[in-house]
Design a protein. Structure first.
Length: 278
């Protein structure tokens, strides 16, 4: 069984073991505020794009809450892809309840077919998406194929430096301050875990899942090689994933990044990385 197939099993198991009704309040939250699931830095970027009526895809969309928020807030037509069938089913249910123009497909992103080629004005990755792919060259080629000319890829994700930091539970972790960088920045060694999917399920003895580290240069070079050009790269000093851990330490390392890329024939990409620790 491939690592992607194992990851699919792990994500579907995590959703079946979700805690505190994770995902159940999406409709209620979006009815109260259409921008509820749009992170502020992402919203500032999206505000510039005139998305009304545009076709926006989110790769690795989880249960689609961010895409539903974008469609509700901006009037965009959304298409979400994720490998976990039960997460996608929840997204489909919420789209019907909200009466927004969003559709969802359960599939391996790398298997997205030619029926989606040159279909999207914007393709979005958010926190924790890129790490699930070993080969970002192959991933970004799918993105390039699916973007319209002048289309934009947006990545708003952990800064790769965050993979060097110790996490709670590791021997070198300190509650008060980041004392050292524990892991290598340049590494092909995957992260292999079996302790649950955190924000969905909490910690438990889960099916095994695998993720990968990618440097900023790898992301930028893979973008260029796939026929896109980088228009914007920002780094931020706040942590979009473990905010209760590192933000509380007043860290000033790069914790998050933001990248915008355009497809050739005048298409583009934006990359944003958020996490800077002092």
């Amino acid at each position: 069984m491939s690592y992607i197939e194992k990851n699919k099993e792990a994500w579907e198991e995590a959703f079946d073991n979700r805690i505190n009704g994770w995902g159940d309040a999406v409709v209620e939250n979006l009815q109260a505020s259409s921008a509820y699931y749009i992170q502020p830095a992402l919203q500032a970027e999206l505000d510039q794009l005139n998305l009304a009526g545009k076709h926006v895809a989110q790769f690795c969309c989880s249960n689609g809450r961010e895409l539903l928020s974008i469609s509700s807030h901006y009037g965009a037509v959304g298409t979400g892809f994720d490998i976990a069938e039960n997460l996608i089913a929840q997204g489909q249910m919420h789209a019907k309840q909200l009466h927004v123009p969003c559709s969802f497909s359960a599939m391996n992103i790398l298997d997205i077919g030619c029926e989606y080629h040159q279909k999207f004005d914007v393709i979005l990755f958010t926190i924790g998406a890129i790490t699930w792919f070993q080969d970002v060259n192959a991933l970004f080629q799918v993105v390039s194929d699916c973007l319209k000319p002048k289309g934009i890829m947006l990545i708003h994700d952990f800064h790769p430096l965050m993979n060097m930091l110790p996490l709670p539970g590791e021997d070198c972790y300190c509650d008060d301050v980041v004392r050292l960088l524990e892991h290598k920045y340049f590494t092909a060694k995957p992260w292999i875990e079996n302790n649950g999917m955190g924000y969905i399920s909490g910690d438990y003895a889960s099916k095994t899942f695998t993720s990968f580290s990618h440097s900023i240069s790898e992301l930028v070079n893979s973008t260029i090689q796939s026929g896109m050009s980088v228009k914007l790269l920002n780094e931020y000093d706040y942590d979009i994933g473990l905010s209760d851990v590192y933000d509380a330490m007043a860290c000033r390392y790069p914790c998050c990044s933001w990248l915008r890329k355009y497809k050739h024939n005048d298409a583009s990409l934006v990359l944003s990385s958020e996490n800077i620790i002092k």
